[in-house]
Design a protein around this ligand. Structure first.
Ligand code: NAP
Length: 260
């Protein structure tokens, strides 16, 4: 049986380690028939190049700092260098976030300095718009953009300014859905429960969130299993949700729907 992403070209950002949600998405996309490119930035690029070899097929690794205007402007050329001059993208995955863990996370909310907040919002929320605009020329007949959030409708222990950045990301995805819908581009988010990735382990107090999931998720929650999240991203990238945009799909063991 053909995979749900057969024949599609998909760019997956934010792959640093094999624990990264982006890594699981890239693997699932390849298993489902997609041609995948992955990206990361800066010093971690070498790690990404090594980790890429652990995927079913070693994908091209692009250098993309989502705050770097030159990288964003060169993105279509980089994609076409690997996939051919006429290549288009069918799917783009935004799996990127950063907030200084010492100043913005772990209970320092009232002291969070603006410079660090500005960086967190730029990297974690504004970058969805930056990435979408950079990829738009590669999606002339439409496609699917999927990002990752951590439910920003409530205040969490420890998550602090990253929660504010995620609220921005969630709103940004709805405005992008509005403005890119006429071009046939869908924009959706997956809201995942706590997963033990590099970014998560850097959050002081992340264990408090994990403990909440142990008692409240009716389906249970495995914080080391990125596969359910990757599958939801894959489904949103596929043709299975042709009329869905501006949506947030929860992959959290049902936690968000429980009162206590
Ligand atoms: P991760 O493996 O650390 O992935 C985050 C990625 O963002 C890393 O590859 C990181 O690169 C990259 N990044 C940071 N700044 C960047 C920039 N300026 N340009 C390009 N890339 C940049 O952690 P993850 O948990 O898989 O995170 C992926 C997404 O899932 C994030 O949006 C995160 O908020 C979201 N999410 C995570 C959880 C969770 O519990 N883990 C739950 C819900 C949602 P470096 O490693 O080189 O810094």
């Amino acid at each position: 049986m053909a995979g749900i992403l057969e024949g599609k070209n998909v760019l997956v950002t934010g792959v640093t380690h094999n624990t990264s949600i982006g890594f699981a998405v890239a693997r699932f996309a390849q298993e489902q028939g997609a041609t995948v490119l992955i990206s990361n930035f800066g010093r971690a690029l070498g790690i990404t190049q090594r980790i890429a070899k652990r995927l079913p097929e070693t994908p091209p690794v692009l250098e993309l700092d989502v705050t770097d205007a030159d990288h964003l402007a060169n993105l279509p050329a980089m994609v076409r260098e690997h996939l051919g001059e006429e290549a288009t993208l069918d799917g783009v995955v935004h799996s990127i976030a950063y907030g200084n863990p010492e100043t913005l996370l772990g209970g320092n909310f009232l002291d969070g300095p603006w410079e660090d907040v500005a960086q967190a919002v730029q990297v974690s929320a504004y970058s969805l718009k930056s990435l979408a605009v950079a990829c738009r020329p590669l999606m002339p007949t439409g496609g699917s953009i999927v990002g990752l959030t951590f439910d920003a409708t409530v205040a969490w222990p420890a998550y602090d300014w990253m929660g504010v950045a995620k609220a921005g990301l969630e709103s940004c995805s709805r405005y992008l859905a509005r403005d890119l819908g006429p071009q046939g581009i869908r924009v959706n988010l997956v809201s995942a429960g706590p997963l033990r990735t590099l970014a998560a382990k850097a959050i002081p107090g992340f264990g408090d969130l994990e403990d909440m999931w142990k008692t409240r998720a009716p389906l249970g929650w495995d914080n080391s299993d990125t596969e359910p999240t990757a599958r939801a991203v894959g489904a949103l990238l596929s043709d299975l949700f042709p009329a869905t945009t501006g949506e947030i799909v929860h992959v959290d063991g049902g936690f968000h729907a429980m009162g206590a």
